[in-house]
Design a protein around this ligand. Structure first.
Ligand code: FES
Ligand code: ZN
Ligand code: ZN
Length: 300
């Protein structure tokens, strides 16, 4: 197997692009895809302070590394979710990775704050993953606001977004469908812009990049996510991709294009929805009491 560019030894075959590449040219391809997403969707510039949400998994660690190599001003933020051994292991991976690559980071510890996810989920009688989503969103917004970040970046990839899109279509979740963009604008003063620079890359490409560049990430999945329906949608899309190469990319990226066009027209017609300050914690919210405070209050 030979690299299409230099004819050296190829280490990977990219089916959807119909090319084989050596390590050096695969890295170049990979980084180009990240830069392309950043520019195409106007995610951020080198002047911006970027908060990268890191979990210890391959996607977020790779994103953190690539953005720092590209010269962006990045700081990692890790949330210790209080999920026993899994959280301890992932925290160690994040700290070791940051030290090895000389990266800045900050940690929020839900055990110390008294909000470990399993406990919060039991007390509020809400599913763990939904509680986890609310708490994570709250702290990413809060830290980004408190420490003056311009943008919050997450490691969602093409598989994540395509499978979420499929799930939202299968259930006709109109409200969520409208939010499936790689960039969500800032709202008010406190809720910063959210971006997903890895959306042009698949899970497999990211895993290959991590392997070839010795990114030491946590292999275990979160034990609370076992049986998540999103995994079924990912499998279904992989099955189709096997037979019809390029489907995943076409499905998600074309949807984004169409949605952006539609929203542009719509935004010209309607005014902004007003944000309020949460009565309890002061963060901006669309309700009198923000969803985090409602969650934490429900437990009592
Ligand atoms: Fe949030 Fe597992 S990572 S519930
Ligand atoms: Zn090559
Ligand atoms: Zn609040």
């Amino acid at each position: 197997m030979k690299c299409k560019i230099c004819k050296g030894k190829a280490v990977i075959k990219l089916k959807r692009h119909n090319i084989k590449l050596c390590k050096e040219h695969f890295n170049e391809f990979f980084i180009r895809q990240v830069e392309k997403a950043i520019k195409e969707f106007r995610m951020f510039s080198r002047k911006d302070k970027i908060l990268v949400c890191v979990s210890g998994g391959k996607d977020s660690l790779v994103l953190w590394l690539v953005l720092s190599k590209l010269g962006y001003n990045v700081t990692g933020m890790y949330i210790n979710l209080g999920i026993d051994e899994y959280s301890e292991k992932s925290k160690t991976k994040v700290i070791n990775f940051a030290e090895k690559n000389n990266l800045k980071y900050t940690i929020v510890d839900l055990n110390e704050l008294g909000y470990p996810i399993p406990e919060l989920s039991k007390k509020s009688r809400r599913p763990e993953c939904s509680v986890c989503g609310t708490v994570k969103r709250y702290y990413f917004n809060k830290i980004a606001y408190d420490y003056n970040f311009d943008v919050v970046a997450t490691g969602h990839n093409l598989d994540d977004e395509a499978s979420r899109l499929l799930g939202n279509i299968l259930h006709w979740n109109d409200e969520y469908l409208e939010k499936q963009l790689p960039v969500l604008p800032a709202e008010g003063k406190m809720l910063k812009k959210k971006v997903k620079p890895l959306i042009r890359l698949t899970e497999q490409e990211i895993a290959s990049f991590a392997f070839l560049n010795k990114v030491d990430y946590i292999l275990d999945e979160c034990p609370l996510s076992v049986g998540a329906t999103s995994l079924v949608y990912k499998d279904a899309l992989n099955l189709i991709e096997e037979k019809i190469v390029g489907t995943k990319q076409f499905f998600y990226l074309q949807y984004v294009k169409k949605l952006m066009k539609r929203l542009k027209n719509k935004n010209n017609e309607k005014g902004d929805i007003e944000l309020k300050n949460c009565k309890i914690c002061g963060m901006e919210s669309f309700h009198e009491v923000c969803s985090f405070c409602r969650l934490v209050r429900d437990e009592k």
